[in-house]
Each structure stands twice: as structure tokens, then as C-alpha cells.
Design a protein around this ligand. Structure first.
Ligand code: SF4
Length: 390
């Protein structure tokens, strides 16, 4: 008899911890993440204090094994090496960081220096994720980045001296970007030989400076070609795609981000941090002052929450797994959820006929063409499941 999946069944599995650092030197023109630019050292110290209180609240009486830690933002490099070191020291006291745990810190080129790198590497950080975004200075300026490409290259080489697993982020489909210019960017980044590359399509979010300026992106078919050519080119340079936007050399995938696509538990610490923990999805308030005040004075700081019911959970698992190149194994699905995969298989068949999905060695996967329109496919798939259930 297959076991029904319950969150408590996963309690002994190692956990991932995300820590949100909501400080940025300046807001990029495309960004709608929660972060603030008017910070002081005093505020950052109080925020660190609140993070440590939260870690104690969760783990003082519940020492968990942890195998991935991701300190993201915002710009953690703005928070400084000393604070990150203190945070990790406290974390090690409260949880059991398993040998070989992946500890990632996000950083921006203009806020990395030797002192920062020395501190975080001696604190155990073994992976750096750097936002480079473009290899073209005009493009960087057009999206409000604070660094030039040569500064980014310098920061990358400096980082290599201390951290041997580096991921670089790039954005394509920028205003005025041609296919040729995008491929030049990609080539320049591959020449640096990072271990991991993330390529995101620019999304002009409502209310951002790009939106207000009426940013015009390349036509949809050009964007589609940019994506499909990138997948091919990265493959030819040794970067295997393992998720819609993520590529790794020598198997150096992001183990932390992979938890998200596997619906494994993770706890987000800090304001605006999201969690999937104890069978619930929740997020802390997106207001640093309310967050600090709440945590330090024992007041509630959960902003949104959602009990993951059984169906909700299995549907989300399918959506997340189909984002990955490994796709979904119906047997694993059926064992985990005690539920037939058949309705999903029926929903996916039409996409096999259209060339957007495939069934390979018993696993359902999206093709690169399917990944390109994954949001539409996944929404349609969920709708068809709901209809079949009615
Ligand atoms: S550095 Fe990152 S989090 Fe900060 S504004 Fe730019 S994109 Fe947003």
C-alpha cells in the first residue's frame, strides 16, 4: 500500500533555509522584489538581531538537519561579511549543518571586495550567485544596474580566489536588444566559465521604472528565438539545462533551488521571506520595520499563509516538476500522493502531439518549445484536471 504524503512524513528529511536580506544600494529599474535603499548600519544590526531571534524561535527546541542555506535578497553583499558570518555562526549553533551542505550567498559586483569574500568563505559559504545581467554597459545602464561589465568581470575573478562554485545571472529580451547582442552577452559569460548560469527573460513588472518609461521589448518571436538559441548554445558550451532558466556545468546545479521544484521543505527567515514548512506555505510581512518590531516584541509577523491541502499539493508538485528537465515520474508521483497520475497524463498528451511535451523513459517532460510557454501549458493542465475532477 503506497504511503499517503503528509508534511510530517518529511520532518526527518534535511531542511533548506532561505534568509532574505532586504537591502540594496539602489533599486534596479526592473525590480519589484522587496528591498529598501534607505538603510543605516543601526537598522542592519537590528535586522540581524531579529533574524537571530527568529532562528532561535524555530530551532531552539527543534534541532533540524539542514543541507542547503541560501542567503538572498536584496543584496546580501551590502549586509556585509561580518553580519553574514555572525548569522551563520548562530545557525550552526542551532541546527545541524550536514557535511557538504550547500551555502550560497547572493552578491552584486559593486559590493564585493576581498574583505567580504574572505569573511564569507571562512564562515563556510561555498557558493556565490552574482547578478551580472548583461555584458554590455549600455544595457546595464538602461536597466539601472550600478556596475559596468568590466567591474563585474573583476568581481568575478576576485570571487574565484575564495569561492569555487559561482553562478552568474543574466537577463535577456532587454529593450533594443538584438539577437546578435544577446548571443554576444551569452558568449562573454560562458568565456568566464562560471559553474552555473541563470538566464531570465525580462518581465516588465507593473509600477517599476521600466514600466513607467514604457519599455518596449523585442517581439515575442525574437524573445522565443533568444531562449531556444540560448538553450542550444549553452549546451554546446557544456552547460546542461536542468530547469527552464537554469544551466549547470559538471553537475553543479543549485541544490537549494532544486528543493523548490521538488516541493521539499524549506524555511524562509526574514521579512518578505516565503516558506513551505510544516505543510503550510507562508510569507513574513514585506515591511522591515514591522518585521523587526514584531519579531523582537513577540508579535505575529506572518503576512500571508495557505494550508496546503492534499490536492493543492499534488497539483503544485506536477507544475513544479514540469519546470525541470528531469520531468515527472508517474510512479514517484503516485507513491508520494497516493493518487493516479492518469488525469495529468491525459492532459499532457495533446502537448506531446504539438511538440511541447514528451514521454521519455517513463518520465513526462516539457520540450524546450514547451518550456518557452510553460506558464500557459501548466495553467491549462491544472484547469483540465479540475474539469476532470468535477
Ligand atoms: S540588486 Fe537585485 S534585489 Fe536589489 S534592486 Fe536590483 S534586482 Fe532588485
Amino acid at each position: 500500500m503506497p504511503m499517503r504524503y503528509t508534511p510530517s512524513a518529511a520532518v526527518t528529511a534535511p531542511l533548506g533555509i532561505y534568509v532574505h536580506i532586504p537591502f540594496c544600494k539602489r533599486k534596479c529599474d526592473y525590480c519589484d522584489f522587496y528591498s529598501i535603499c534607505d538603510y543605516t548600519d543601526k537598522l542592519m544590526d537590528r535586522y540581524l538581531e531579529a533574524l537571530i531571534v527568529q532562528l532561535n524561535d524555530y530551532f531552539r527546541h527543534n534541532r533540524r538537519k539542514v543541507d542547503t542555506v541560501y542567503i538572498g535578497g536584496g543584496t546580501p553583499s551590502v549586509f556585509g561579511g561580518k553580519r553574514i558570518e555572525k548569522l551563520l555562526k548562530e545557525m550552526r549553533r542551532l541546527v545541524e549543518l550536514v557535511p557538504g551542505a550547500e551555502i550560497t550567498v547572493e552578491a552584486n559586483p559593486e559590493s564585493i571586495d576581498e574583505k567580504f569574500l574572505k569573511r564569507i568563505s571562512s564562515a563556510g559559504v561555498n557558493r556565490l550567485s552574482m547578478g551580472i545581467q548583461s555584458a554590455d554597459d549600455r544595457e546595464l545602464a538602461s536597466i539601472g544596474r550600478l556596475h559596468t561589465y568590466s567591474q563585474a568581470v573583476e568581481a568575478y575573478h576576485l570571487s574565484r580566489k575564495y569561492i569555487n562554485n559561482i553562478s552568474l545571472d543574466l537577463i535577456y529580451a532587454l529593450e533594443g536588444q538584438t539577437m546578435e547582442r544577446w548571443m554576444d552577452n551569452l558568449k562573454a559569460i560562458c568565456d568566464l566559465a562560471p559553474d552555473h548560469i541563470s538566464c531570465y527573460c525580462l518581465k516588465v513588472e507593473e509600477g517599476t521604472p521600466l514600466d513607467r518609461r514604457g519599455c518596449v521589448q523585442p517581439e515575442d518571436d525574437v524573445q522565443a528565438d533568444m531562449y531556444l538559441e540560448s538553450v542550444k548554445y549553452l549546451e554546446s558550451r557544456g552547460y546542461a539545462q536542468y530547469e527552464i532558466s537554469n544551466f549547470a556545468r559538471n553537475g553543479r546545479i543549485s541544490r537549494h533551488n532544486s528543493r523548490y521544484w521538488d516541493l521539499s521543505e524549506y524555511l524562509g527567515i526574514g521579512c518578505a521571506a516565503h516558506s513551505y514548512y510544516g505543510g503550510r506555505r507562508f510569507a513574513f510581512v514585506s515591511d522591515i520595520h514591522a518585521f523587526i518590531d514584531g519579531v523582537l516584541h513577540g508579535k505575529p509577523v506572518v503576512g500571508e499563509q495557505d494550508e496546503m491541502d492534499y490536492w493543492n499539493c499534488s497539483g503544485e508538485y506536477v507544475m513544479l516538476k514540469l519546470r525541470t528537465c528531469d520531468g515527472i515520474d508517474p510512479e514517484v508521483f503516485e507513491q508520494r500522493f497516493d493518487q493516479s497520475f492518469e488525469p495529468y497524463a491525459r492532459g499532457l498528451e495533446k502537448y506531446v502531439r504539438s511538440g511541447h511535451a514528451k514521454l521519455e523513459m517513463g518520465r513526462w517532460k516539457l520540450t524546450p518549445e514547451g518550456m518557452l510557454v510553460s506558464n500557459a501549458i501548466l495553467a491549462d493542465l491544472l484547469d483540465s484536471i479540475l474539469e476532470q475532477a468535477e
